[in-house]
Structures are given as structure tokens and as C-alpha cells.
Design a protein around this ligand. Sequence first.
Ligand SMILES: CC1=C(CCC(=O)O)c2cc3nc(cc4[nH]c(cc5[nH]c(cc1n2)c(C)c5CCC(=O)O)c(CCC(=O)O)c4C)C(CCC(=O)O)=C3C
Ligand SMILES: [Fe+2]
Length: 386
Amino acid sequence: MSDALPTESSSPDRGTSAAPYDALLLLSFGGPEGPDDVVPFLENVTRGRGIPRERLEEVGQHYYLFGGVSPINEQNRELLAALREDFAANGLDLPVYWGNRNWAPYLTDTLRDMVRDGHRRVLVLATSAYASYSGCRQYRENLAESLAALRAEGLPVPRVDKLRHYFNHPGFVDPVVDGVVASLAELPEDVRAAAHLTFTTHSIPTAAADTSGPEEAHGDGGAYVAQHLDVAELITEAVRKRTGTAHPWSLVYQSRSGPPSVPWLEPDICDHLEELHGKGVPGTVMVPIGFVSDHMEVLYDLDTEAMAKAAELGLPARRSPTVGADPRFAAAVRDLVLERAAAERDESPVRCALGALGPSHDLCPVGCCPARTPKPAAAGADAPEF
Ligand SMILES: CC1=C(CCC(=O)O)c2cc3nc(cc4[nH]c(cc5[nH]c(cc1n2)c(C)c5CCC(=O)O)c(CCC(=O)O)c4C)C(CCC(=O)O)=C3C
Ligand SMILES: [Fe+2]
């Protein structure tokens, strides 16, 4: 159980051995890099997922507004560079690769390269910090599918493990706190002290939220909502320590898709901005804690749509940055890699985590974040063959 693990709020010295691992794989979503990529990208994302055609056309327009380019790939290149730099500077000799679910470089191609380069024990960093089907199990399904493809090609199949959820690692949280403090300072002085912190994340179907994480661990909203609430609370407290102000806050949702008949997590951020304004709140900072970089869901759904809503209401608003390629995040990944490597060597490492929930599990338990239609998933307790 995670609550029995020794926990620290800052990283201990862990040495430099990643053994038994021989490579790290950055696993992400992928995004289009030009107008011709947009439709094939959206087809990849939505294959078999029942998203209405109108929603797809609408989301396509979001990408065309930015020349058909999502910033996510460039941001992952920057994270890759930050990881390599941090590892090299700290004596961690572990090659880092990058593969995506929905766009080149595709996961299967990257894993094939890794195997050809001789790697057999691969650790995976997914660019989602929380538990959920979309942010965790779906990546594990992608891994299982790619490993099966390699096996079908007659290649050796590496063993893959996935790093634990890092939403409450100080290297993920601290840069966000800095960003919130800076964004508050950019609000007009007369609204700053009473400004509301609007924490935001991706909406998902309530059924997916309720079943996220280990089944027995959480109530309504599952691990997904519980983890976001924990992060929101600890960021608010860290901001209070820095500014002396206990800002009121809420957790809201964005980027909903799927048919209206299916319930998703609410309130939507734009409805919430209206509500805040109606209650006389003088200003807000939107804090996208659900995302690891300022990709399209941030650039469009927050910077374009939610900002337009705030302007329409006359509500002063700022959007604080995501962690991106912050060197503290790169150092956090190194800490998590060394922690997991030590755990694999049965060394009972100290786990670094903030907040009330404690460090997340290393190995997703059987049935964690279930899919609507069960598929093989690698890197979990229900996937011993990988
Ligand atoms: C929890 C979560 C994260 C965070 C965790 C993580 O990062 O993994 C996330 C990230 C992202 N989602 C992204 C893009 C899209 N997500 C879609 C659709 C969906 N996302 C969902 C959930 C999540 N999504 C869900 C439940 C759906 C419905 C369909 C389904 O069950 O799959 C669609 C289809 C059209 C639409 O409905 O919007 C698109 C285009 C991009 C790329 C942005 C860029 O290009 O910069 C990123 C990082
Ligand atoms: Fe998404």
C-alpha cells in the first residue's frame, strides 16, 4: 500500500544507477505539424471512439486557426532535450527515446528502434500526470499493441514498466506554483487579493472518472478527481505561503467531447467563469493543472475560448503556464526513474510526494482505469507477459 511507503517532500540523493532499466521512453499524444496532417491526425485520435462528426469538424478548426500545427510535438522535443541535459549533468547514463499514440514518431516505430539498439528493459514516462483511462490505461494499451506488433515482426519484445503518476511530485507542482504567483501579479492590483484560482483539467465521462485508479481507493470521481483536488489544494496553500493570501479556488473542466447524452465531468470552465462573474468575483487565474505542456487544449480551449468568455464578461483573467520543459520537471523525472529502479532492485526507496494522497502505485492494479471494451494492456499487474 502506498501509505506504508516512506515519503519525503523533496528528492533524496539516489545515486546514479538506473539498473535494471536500460532506456527511458517518453510516451505522448502526438499532434499535427501542418494543415495536411489535421484530418489524418483526428482520424487516428478518434478511431472507434464514437465522437460526433460535428465535434471533429469543430476541433479541426481549432488546429487550422494555428496553421494546422499543434505545439505538442515541439514541446516534447524540448522536454526530451531537457531530460537528456539533466541526465547527462547528473551522471545518469540512460538513453531517452520519444514515441506517440497519434502521430509521428509513432510508438511502434520508436520501440522498434529501441529494440534494434539493444534495449530490453524500458521505463515509460507518459505525458499525463494523473490516473484515468485516457491518461494511463490507454497508453498501456498502446504499449501492448506495439509490443505485439514487434513480436509479429519476429523481434525480441522488451519488458516495459511505466513510471508512477507524478501529479504530486514537487518537481511537477513547484513550477506551477511559480506560474500562478506570476500570473496573480499580472492581474490589475485592485482585483489581485480577491482573485479566484480556477484549476482546470480535461473533462472525461463521469463513468470513466468514477472508475479511475484502484477501484477501492476513491469515491465519486475516482482517483482522477481526487488527485486533481489534492494538487489544487496544495498549490493554493503554496501560493498562500508566497503571497500571504488564501485565494478561493475551484476545480473545473474543459475540452468536453462525445455525445451530449453521455455525462462528463462538470462544470465547464466557460460556465464557471460566468458563475464567478455573477457572484461578483473580481478576477481569476486559470491554472491548467491537468496538462503537462501548453498544447492545443490550452492554446485553444483556454487562451482562445475561455479568454474570450472572460473578456465578454469583463472579468480580468490570466492563464498560468504548465510545467513544460522546466528543469525542475526534468529533475523530477530523474528522481522518479532512480526511485523506480531502486524499487525494482528491492531497495525500498523513499518516495517523494506532496499533498494528502501520498505517492501513487508503481504498478497499476488489475482493473485500474478500465476500458469500455477490454483490451490487452502492458506495464500493469494485469499484463504479466509484458
Ligand atoms: C484525460 C485527457 C487528456 C490528458 C492526459 C493526456 O495528455 O493524455 C487528454 C489530452 C489530450 N487530448 C488531445 C487531443 C484530443 N483529445 C480528444 C478526445 C478526448 N480526450 C479525452 C481525454 C483526455 N485527453 C477524452 C476522454 C476524449 C474523448 C475521446 C476518447 O475517449 O479518446 C480529441 C478528439 C476530438 C475532441 O473530442 O476533442 C483530440 C483532438 C491532446 C493533443 C493536444 C494537441 O494537439 O496539442 C492532448 C494532449
Ligand atoms: Fe484529449
